[in-house]
Design a protein. Sequence first.
Length: 439
Amino acid sequence: MKTKLQYFWSTLQSSFWFIPLMLILAAMVAAVALVYVDEVWDFEPEGVFRFLLVGSADSARSILSTIAGAMIGVAGTVFSITLVALTLASSQFGPRLLQNFMHDRINQVVLGSYIATFTYCLIVLSTVKSSDSFNFLPVLAISFALFLAVVNIFLLVIFIHHIAVNIQADQVISKVNMALNQNFTKLFPEITDGSFEQEKDHDSHIQRLKEVSGKYSIKIRKSGYVQHIDYKSLIAIAKENDVFLEIRTHAGHFLVEGQVVIEAYLRGDMLDKWEDKVTDAIIVGPKRTSLQDAEFAIRQMVEVASRALSPGVNDPFTAITVIDKLTDSIAYLTRAQMPGAYRYDDRGQLRLIVKTMSFSGIVSIAFNQIRQFGQGSPAVLIRLMEAMLTIHSLCRTEDQKQVVLLHARMIHEAAKRNFGEPRDLADLEDRYASICPID
């Protein structure tokens, strides 16, 4: 339940409507509260405040109407600018990067602030009364409306600058790379003592799986992308029912309704009451998210590089920037511990066998498509080879080095097939020779 609540809260925070809605609700509460304060506190402005604060109902209505009209007009302008930025981002960087712009906090705060100020002014305007029987002028509430109007003027300037900066290719790549690094840090913790944990001997546990009386297949109940798997809940369920679960998917996979996702090894019959709990631990949605999906941000960056290397764009400089950022992220993985496939309960009993990401798989996702799309560009392949040299120098295990050498060989082969200038090939081979002898 805790994991589901965390997932739900993360989804709310990343939505485009949540922060604006919260600001609107806050504006409504502030309007009612300040009007109440004006009612119980008979405030009489003195000195310079007599010139700053409104003194009649007509001027109050005029000020509030002007602010409300201006705010809803500027909100429309802000919305239009946001749509233009989203259109440019979609055409230049790919539609999968749209959610990065939609989840941008400044965009959400600015749009919500203008609509919230409009709502605030409407509520306060409805409380201004001037008649023979009753007069009420909420001085403090109107003064706060003036303050909000000034704040929104500054927000408009900040918003225009923010949009102008954030549609630049380097800025887009840097923000995606920052999200990727944060995701790597969360999913693959860094090893600080320089030693890598060795896998336990699982033969005895696997033998127990072979000795059980039956195997039960659990199928997914709706199609979609795996967004989150609650491994802690699955371990608790397996421990409670004394079973072993083999999970055949991980975050980011697309599943079809009826597809087998978990094999349960058990003695006896499968009970529906905990089969439902098992399927509920796998959250499936219409799109991929970065909550547990280590590939998500990598594919976003690769898409930017692939579009930049298309014949219609032909922008190798953007692709080179992506390579540099990916090199930084992969370099972190050389000193991180990749999660194991075997998960135990608190008594040391094997409960889960899961599908995990490997160093080899992540490196392939990061560089294969860029090599394929950029094999006709010497500048891109040379920078890819330099990336392999950098990562190879930071590798801590022989397996990591072999993965990097494999990609270096593929880059070298692509260069031999596609380079028309011998000196470009010689330049690349000079770098390649520093980590692998050339045949």
